[in-house]
Design a protein around this ligand. Sequence first.
Ligand code: NAP
Length: 290
Amino acid sequence: MKNTFHINTKVLGVIGHPIKHTYSPFIHNITIEFKNLDYVYLPFDVPTSNLRTALKGMVALGIKGFNVTLPHKENIIQYMNNVSEEASIIGSVNTVVNELGKLSGYNTDVYGILETLMPHKEDIMGGEVSIVGAGGAARAVIYTMIRYFKPSRIYLVNRTEQRAESLKNYFKDKMKYDSFKTKELFPPDLVDVFKKSKLIVNATSVGMFPDSDDTITTLADSFSKGQVVFDLVYNPPQTHLLKLAASKGAIALDGLKMLVHQAAKSFELWTGEEMPTERIYKSLQLFIKD
Ligand code: NAP
């Protein structure tokens, strides 16, 4: 990364708490370097109690834009001057653009999910879909499914079924979609649900480094040829779950592509520039291995 900054250097960043595990500074700073742009991207550790003050500071300092990560994605919406349609429906903002002191909130996870799934649209369209997990990431997956893939049914599967129920009611209300069924994660009949799903998404943190050998055992018995399996976990890029899916002939899609493409959309919103996504994907794979 260059180390000569001056008054015209534009500042981008990410706010969250804690913030040390994010790959966003790596992704954006190597993009800035590849494209020889006069920007820098910095991580800012902002506890919840400081969110409002931090946003005032961002505006006062003329920070051009920033990503938002846990725990601020939902809470930040109240401080936005504008919110995009998808961020408003999902109820979560991961990208903020500062235009002359007016803050606009977006959810670019949707673009990361679309870039990953669209090449397999024919395999997924109109079929049954299983989504495991009921957190923030699952919300973006549900929105993308209903909006772009018209599933005949969505199974919402979660360790805590009550959380899946709340999500079902939320999207029934927001998107007028009615074909949900919720399930707890462990009963054996889940294998049948997963087997008939055209798409299975892992939107939990199960399988994430350092617990990379963990997997959802009911899922492991369910994969078949032609099925699409998408694991949102990106570290390691090839999770245990994806290796199992590929060994059964399923189409195994990793979370790293989503990570790069959601970042690419944020970068475009801030700078108007395209991110060289293939190049960044390869650099990130090497960076995560080290
Ligand atoms: P979150 O809001 O904290 O939700 C976590 C989800 O995982 C909940 O449904 C939770 O179930 C479930 N879970 C956690 N530990 C579990 C376990 N041991 N067994 C079964 N279920 C478990 O997190 P999030 O923001 O939705 O993120 C979920 C995953 O997506 C993370 O791995 C994150 O890194 C990944 N992600 C990837 C991208 C990308 O660009 N690739 C973007 C966003 C997120 P309970 O409700 O029962 O607690």
